[in-house]
Design a protein around this ligand. Structure first.
Ligand SMILES: [Zn+2]
Length: 370
């Protein structure tokens, strides 16, 4: 894996993830999660939006007292308001006060939003994008631009959406994260639009997807396939409406299936623990069927499956669950075969013979009767 290409992991559990209707984290929770994500090897941790609430502003004070080894802490905000210089914009001033290395700002790239939400001329939005990023580049090590509604904008008015990207690229933006903000796009659309964006600008491209069509992870992989070098998402897919792209699955797919490097393999083994910790702090029961890390992700109930995995685990498992710190589980039920009973007995350190023994048949009959 030493020469595998690195894909940056940008976590927004503490900002976008907290827009989930059932997720509310204290400052202490947020600091605990940030420490764990840093230990896991994520590259960026977005701490919150200091302009939106006091708790997020408090997080940036607290996180300075913690030794963060690897990750860069990012503060989130939006482009300056119309009619105000960037240096005089209150939201941007609050970003400066966080003292982070990285500022990430969201801005408009869909002409409909510029006309209807901002109600300003299209050209004025280009100026806002350009001078907001120029201002941030002067004051932070890195300025990341979240291109809100980029994919919807691109398919309605590609010239304008691309012009917005060029406006921030000209200002020296560190990276543009293309956002499927409404979560309505499908993988082939993501791939086409990321390809067009890459052809238009020089800066690196990231991908930020929402899960409203249940393909946020697939869309993120499509983005990487088209050349995005940063993936944005949240642990367990927390986020507004149907959630953000789930970084647990994204990292596992990129690293175990596609040969990219995201986190050290030894740290990948802590993924299940991190996933569980985030559920615990959010007071949410972990999702048993969650791919890779869920309790049921490697649970085998059918007798045929259990007899298969005893010969070779690859018969009914797509990866070794231990790679993410998960466990294989064999269940006993009316669907069991003899292999389930032998396997389960071994788990308890009991050698009760082989599946073909008559006594195993007797036990199986009794199990099914029960
Ligand atoms: Zn988002």
């Amino acid at each position: 894996m030493a020469d595998a290409k690195h894909i940056q992991v940008y976590d927004t559990t503490l900002r976008d993830g907290c827009q989930s209707e059932d997720v509310s984290l204290t400052v202490e929770d947020k600091v605990t999660i940030a420490e764990r994500l840093d230990d896991l090897g994520f590259d960026y941790i977005e701490g919150g939006w200091p302009g939106s609430n006091d708790r997020d502003a408090a997080f940036f004070k607290e996180i300075k007292k913690i030794k963060i080894r690897h990750a860069k802490i990012a503060a989130f905000g939006s482009t300056r308001r119309s009619g105000v210089r960037a240096s005089a914009d209150r939201n941007l001033q609050l970003l400066l006060r966080t003292g982070t290395q990285v500022a990430t700002v969201v801005g408009k790239t869909w002409d409909m939003h510029v006309r209807e939400a901002l109600r300003i001329p299209l050209n004025e939005n280009l100026e806002i994008l350009n001078d907001t990023i120029a201002f941030l580049k002067k004051n932070f090590d890195e300025a990341i631009f979240d291109a809100e509604h980029f994919f919807d904008g691109y398919f309605h008015n590609p010239e304008y959406a691309i012009a917005c990207l060029k406006a921030v690229d000209d200002a020296g933006v560190t990276l543009i994260a293309l956002c499927d903000t409404n979560g309505g796009r499908l993988p082939h659309e993501i791939e086409a639009a990321v390809t067009a964006a890459r052809a238009a600008v020089d800066c690196p491209i990231g991908i930020h997807c929402h899960n409203d069509s249940e393909v946020a992870v697939a869309n993120t992989l499509a983005g990487v396939h088209a050349g995005a070098t940063q993936v944005q998402g949240t642990v367990n897919g927390f986020g507004e409406r149907c959630g953000n792209a789930n970084l647990v699955s994204i990292v596992a797919n990129l690293q175990l299936k596609l040969g990219y490097h995201c986190v050290p393999p030894a740290k990948l083994k802590t993924m299940r623990e991190v996933s569980t910790l985030v559920y615990e702090l959010a007071n949410i029961t972990p999702f048993a069927r969650q791919p890779y890390v869920g309790r049921s992700a490697f649970a085998h109930k059918g007798g045929l499956h259990v007899s298969g995995i005893q010969r070779n685990t690859a018969t009914y498992e797509h990866i070794d669950p231990a790679l993410l710190g998960n466990d294989r589980r064999v269940l006993l039920s009316e669907l069991s075969g003899r292999a389930n009973i032998v396997y389960k007995a071994k788990e308890f350190g009991l050698d009760i013979g082989t599946a073909s023994d008559d006594k195993i048949g007797v036990l199986l009959d009794e199990l099914k009767r029960l």
